[in-house]
Design a protein around this ligand. Structure first.
Ligand code: ATP
Length: 375
């Protein structure tokens, strides 16, 4: 097992009111984040939201305008980059082309005795499963293998935190998927804190145990992937993480653990824990439901475990995509809902132009503040 320096029991990485201004533009706005030691944390957001700037401040490559960075019980805000127990893996590997793989990985350990270096490098090459490639040059390896060399080189310094800045951005989709699983395995094995920056929501969900969704320099929501997906608190999160149907409604009031909403003429129930509104009767809101949670059936059919049954749908598009069939259903109020149905082979496919009823279990819906843009 590779020597990772025994840092895993630290008490995590903490950003306190971290702010970065470039002239009059605020790239990162008073960020507060607590990243537990040993977690795989993803900073997810669209291009320009401030992810890379945040990562660069943690690495010491960018100076914060205000705020602080604390690692364990030590403030590192003003430490020089090389004084921080932090390493970064970049998208472009940054390997030395004239050195072989062994020497690339050994680079950070120059001052140790030869025998120790050999042992440490071999352990690292074993961790990333490149033992047999030690004497090749970077150019002789595939993109995915080169990225694993970069990972081994970053880990051999025994950092407390490994920062990954879109490390898979240069790889094609299939290799990307394989590397996501591979990096997750390595993180589990070494038990270090990984902070991964990506704009790819599927990548963040695949790899991270906690995701912070960033938008315009701020954190919109933070939580486990399933939590963010099932219970988004903002329309931005609902749309950025997967796809959502957002339907305008008017709140009628509370009934036990549910909020009742008049959704275009049908009264639907939303669990209070997923209703991110004040709940005042007359207030407007967005009823949200994920496409795979929407059930469709023949007109009048009792749909499996119905909750909110809404008649009058018309199929306007059918896309067969292998594991699922994706429908567009035009509702009586003119809106088209996305419906994803798994292809289990247990029922026939609907056809364009057919009339259907639509339903979903109340516990799968969520309710968002209407002052936010739905698109
Ligand atoms: P991307 O995925 O495209 O890199 P990002 O979320 O990582 O996006 P950042 O690179 O952190 O975003 O940039 C955030 C904002 O700050 C952007 O609008 C960018 O143009 C701006 N910015 C970044 N660095 C500088 C700089 N040195 N000077 C001025 N503006 C900058």
């Amino acid at each position: 097992h590779p020597d990772t320096g025994g840092h895993a029991s630290g008490s995590g990485l903490h950003l306190r009111s971290l702010t970065k201004e470039f002239a009059s533009f605020t790239a990162v706005q008073s960020l507060d984040l607590d990243i537990p030691s040993g977690s795989f944390f993803a900073l997810l957001g669209p291009s320009g939201c401030g992810k890379t700037t945040t990562l660069r401040m943690v690495a010491g490559l960018e100076t914060p305008t205000s705020g602080s960075i604390v690692l364990g019980d030590k403030e590192i805000t003003w430490d020089k980059p090389y004084r921080r127990p932090v390493n970064t893996v970049f998208q472009n590997y940054a390997l030395f082309p004239h050195l072989d793989i062994f020497e690339n990985v050994a680079f950070g350990l120059r001052r140790r005795r030869r025998k120790e270096v050999d042992q440490a490098v071999n352990d690292m090459l074993e961790l990333v499963e490149l033992q047999t490639q030690a004497r090749k040059r970077p150019a002789q390896l595939s993109g995915g293998q080169q990225q694993r060399v970069a990972l081994a080189r970053a880990l051999i310094n025994s950092p407390e935190v490994l920062l990954l800045d879109e490390p898979l951005g240069a790889l094609d989709l299939k290799l990307r998927r394989a590397m996501q699983i591979e990096i997750k395995r390595i993180q589990t094995e070494v038990g270090l804190t990984f902070v991964h920056v990506t704009h790819d929501q599927e990548e963040a969900m695949t790899m991270a145990d906690t995701i912070a969704v960033m938008n315009a320099g701020r954190i919109e929501q933070m939580g486990a992937p399933a939590e963010l997906y099932e219970n988004p608190r903002t329309t931005f999160v609902a749309n950025f993480l997967g796809q959502s149907n957002l339907i305008e409604g008017e709140i009628k009031g509370r009934d036990g653990d549910f909020v009742k909403v008049d959704m275009q003429g049908t009264i639907v129930s939303i669990p209070s824990a997923r209703a991110h509104v004040t709940g005042t009767p007359g207030e407007k809101g967005w009823v949200g439901v994920r496409p795979e949670k929407v059930l469709i059936g023949e007109v009048g059919e009792v749909i499996d475990a119905p909750g909110n049954s809404i008649p009058g749908g018309t199929i306007t598009d059918v896309s067969f995509v292998g594991v699922s069939t994706q429908y567009l259903v035009r509702m009586p109020w003119g809106q088209e809902l996305q419906v994803f149905e798994q292809n289990t082979g247990r029922r026939r496919l609907f056809r364009t132009g057919e009339q259907v009823d639509v339903s979903w279990r109340p516990e799968y819906a969520f309710l968002l503040d209407h002052s936010q843009d739905a698109s």
